[in-house]
Design a protein around this ligand. Structure first.
Ligand SMILES: Cc1cc2nc3c(=O)[nH]c(=O)nc-3n(C[C@H](O)[C@H](O)[C@H](O)COP(=O)(O)OP(=O)(O)OC[C@H]3O[C@@H](n4cnc5c(N)ncnc54)[C@H](O)[C@@H]3O)c2cc1C
Length: 226
C-alpha cells in the first residue's frame, strides 16, 4: 500500500464539526501533511455547491499553492461565478489505490485516500497572483511544463477566472489493507485479497504539426507521485 506521509498518532483533531469523520473515524486524518500529500497526487477535484434546491458536483482541475487550492475556468463558468459570490464550496479529491476482494460480497471494499475541503472561494483579481495561480495549476498537472509553454497573454488572462479556495477546513480519509471477512467465512473456497491499482500513462502521441521531434522528459517520465 502507498504510504501516507505525515500520519501520526498525535495529529490534531478535526478543525470543525463538518469535517470530523464520523463513519470509520480511525480512517480520518486532519494533519496538514496527509491532506497535502493527497491533494498533490491528484489533479481533479469534484466541486460541490448548492443554490436553492439544486446541488451541483462538477469535476474540475486544480493546483495547490501552500494552503490554497486554485480553480480556473471561463468567466461564464457557472460554478466559478457562483462560488465567488460566497456560496460554500465542497471540493473532494479521490485517489483509488486498490480493490479489496473479500470472501463475502458484503465485505468487498476499495483502498483509497481522499480529501474533503469546505470553504468560501474568492476571485483572484490581482494580475500577478492570477498569473502565478495559472502556472501553479499547470505545474500541478504536468510538472515542468510551464518552462516550455507560452505564458498567457493579457487577453487570455481576461478570458480566465481564477478562484482561491483555502484548504484550512479539510479532512482526509484513508483505507488501507485487506478484506475484513467474517470469521465463519475464512474457510470458504473463494479467493480473497487486494488488487492494487495505479495511475499510469501510455506512450506519448505527438501532434502531427509539432516542430519538436522528441517529447520532453517530463512527458516520457510522467507519473503521479505515490
Ligand atoms: C473511492 C471511494 C469509494 C467509497 N465507496 C463507498 C461506498 O460504496 N459506500 C460507503 O458507504 N462509503 C464509501 N466510501 C466512503 C465515503 O466517502 C464516506 O466516507 C462514507 O460513506 C461515510 O459517509 P458519511 O456521510 O457517513 O460521512 P461522515 O463521516 O458523516 O462525514 C463527515 C465528514 O467527514 C469527512 N469525510 C467523510 N468521508 C470522507 C472521505 N471519503 N474523504 C475525506 N473526508 C471524508 C468530511 O469532511 C465529511 O463532511 C468511499 C470512499 C472512497 C474514497
Amino acid at each position: 500500500m502507498k504510504a501516507v506521509a505525515g500520519t501520526s498518532a498525535t495529529e490534531p483533531g478535526a478543525l470543525s464539526d463538518r469535517v470530523r469523520v464520523r463513519r470509520q473515524p480511525a480512517r480520518g486524518h486532519y494533519d496538514r501533511a496527509v491532506v497535502e500529500a493527497i491533494l498533490d497526487e491528484g489533479f481533479v477535484c469534484h466541486l460541490g455547491f448548492s443554490v436553492g434546491d439544486t446541488t451541483w458536483v462538477l469535476p474540475t482541475a486544480y493546483g495547490r499553492d501552500g494552503d490554497v487550492l486554485y480553480l480556473h475556468g471561463a468567466p461564464a463558468n457557472h460554478a466559478l461565478a457562483t462560488l465567488q459570490q460566497g456560496v460554500t464550496a465542497c471540493a473532494t479529491v479521490t485517489l483509488v489505490d486498490g480493490l479489496v476482494l473479500a470472501r463475502s460480497a458484503f465485505h468487498h471494499s476499495i483502498n483509497y485516500r481522499s480529501v474533503v475541503v469546505f470553504g468560501q472561494a474568492s476571485l483572484v483579481t490581482d494580475v500577478e497572483e492570477k498569473r502565478r495561480a495559472l502556472e501553479v495549476v499547470l505545474e500541478h498537472i504536468v510538472p515542468g511544463r510551464s518552462i516550455d509553454a507560452r505564458p498567457p497573454t493579457d487577453g487570455e488572462l481576461r478570458k480566465t477566472s481564477v478562484l482561491r479556495l483555502p484548504i484550512s477546513e479539510s479532512s482526509a480519509k484513508v483505507r488501507t489493507g485487506g478484506p475484513v471477512d467474517d470469521l465463519e467465512d475464512l474457510g470458504l473456497p473463494v479467493w480473497a485479497g487486494q488488487l492494487p491499482l495505479v495511475t499510469g500513462s501510455g506512450a506519448p502521441v505527438a501532434e502531427p504539426s509539432t516542430v519538436v521531434e522528441h517529447p520532453p522528459a517530463y512527458v516520457t517520465t510522467y507519473r503521479r507521485v505515490g
